[in-house]
Design a protein around this ligand. Structure first.
Ligand SMILES: O=S(=O)(O)c1ccc(O)c(O)c1
Ligand SMILES: [Fe+2]
Length: 336
């Protein structure tokens, strides 16, 4: 088997959205992302810390779905490695030469990975102006950068092994007596580039966008409330057990879930050890034991194949939301 591509980080997501103007209001006016390019077909957005062309592409389409996730790889040769790695595993693979794929991105390869998720691997990408200290342009949620993806898949152990084969570390897990319910996997030295959530899939559960400060997470909730748009707030604000991050979950106009997320921790030492949570610990999902709204477990975005067709869904065999533990808030009996 060929060597895995050297993945640097989760780099951008392309979402199909049904109303570009409504999406622009949510992602630009409310989240404060910067427009690198826009036309009648798509918006190319980035956070204030991001020096590459975009981290979110919103493509006008009749049906809302995930077009693809994208990982940046360390060198151009890693695009070739990715093509070989996935072809050898029998995955659908399509080379996307520079100028034929997503605006701003160079030579790339797109695959449907073993979990059924459409993923692009690229190295070359156009640069954007340095906005890190353009505080005059920071607004709304003041999103700094894309931090992670969260995907729903019915076989977490298999998904864990797949991402380990790509060289990802595992920062934290949620485990039952015999079951693995969730895992957080990283290449960049933070808690995750991708989280694996048990459930029917493949689905995109959410995109995690990082801010620098917890007050920006609180401000995000306040501005949605101030505008009478509180229905876009789904869960939180709160403090995660897993990752220790401060968070609020939003739903965009198409229902795509976005987490505004800050203050997780460093995972870059070679001997980092996975932190394991028991599924019966009601601090795992919310460190203060707050309930997790059922929609957070039950709703997610469908994903496309390489031709833009919706992928079939496989059912899962575990249901964490059925665990009668404080943090899930579903008919919960608090421990005495
Ligand atoms: O709810 S969890 O504490 O499991 C959690 C941790 C980190 C995340 O990014 C997340 O979306 C959810
Ligand atoms: Fe997240």
């Amino acid at each position: 088997m060929s060597a895995a591509p050297d993945v640097v980080r989760s780099a951008y997501v392309q979402l199909a959205v049904t109303d570009l103007a409504a999406s622009r209001w949510f992602w630009v006016d409310m989240l404060g992302m910067h427009v690198q390019h826009e036309d009648e077909d798509a918006l190319y957005l980035r956070g204030s810390d991001e020096l590459t062309h975009h981290s979110v592409v919103l493509r006008a389409a009749p049906v809302a779905a995930l077009d693809h996730l994208a990982y940046r790889v360390r060198a151009p040769e890693d695009v070739d490695r990715a093509e070989r790695f996935f072809a050898e595993r029998g995955c659908p693979v399509r080379r996307v030469p520079a100028g034929t794929g997503t605006r701003g991105v160079g030579d790339a390869v797109r695959v449907v990975d073993p979990l059924g998720v459409p993923v692009e691997f690229f190295h070359d990408i156009a640069r954007g102006e340095r906005l890190i200290q353009r505080y005059d342009l920071h607004r709304g949620a003041q999103i700094a950068r894309l931090d992670h993806y969260n995907i729903c898949t019915p076989d977490i152990p298999a998904a864990y092994e797949y991402y380990r084969s790509l060289g990802f570390g595992c920062s934290e897990t949620i485990e039952g007596e015999h079951e693995l319910y969730a895992a957080w996997m990283f290449r960049k030295p933070t808690v995750h580039d991708v989280a694996l959530t048990h459930g029917p899939g493949p689905y995109l559960h959410h995109i995690g966008m990082a801010t620098h400060e917890s007050h920006q997470v609180l401000h995000t909730a306040d501005i949605f409330g101030a505008l009478g748009k509180e229905h876009h707030i789904e869960r939180g604000p709160g403090r995660h057990g897993v990752s220790n991050a401060f968070y609020v979950y939003l739903r965009d106009p198409d229902g795509h879930r976005v987490e505004v997320y800050t203050s997780d921790y460093f995972t870059g030492d070679p001997d980092y050890e996975t932190h394991r949570w028991n599924v019966h610990d009601d601090r795992r999902r919310d460190f203060w034991g707050n309930a997790v709204i059922e929609s957070w477990y039950k709703e997610a975005s469908p994903v496309h194949d390489l031709d833009g067709r919706l992928q079939p869904i496989a059912e899962g065999n575990l249901d964490e939301s059925s665990i009668k533990v404080g943090a899930d808030g579903l008919g919960i009996v608090k421990p005495s």
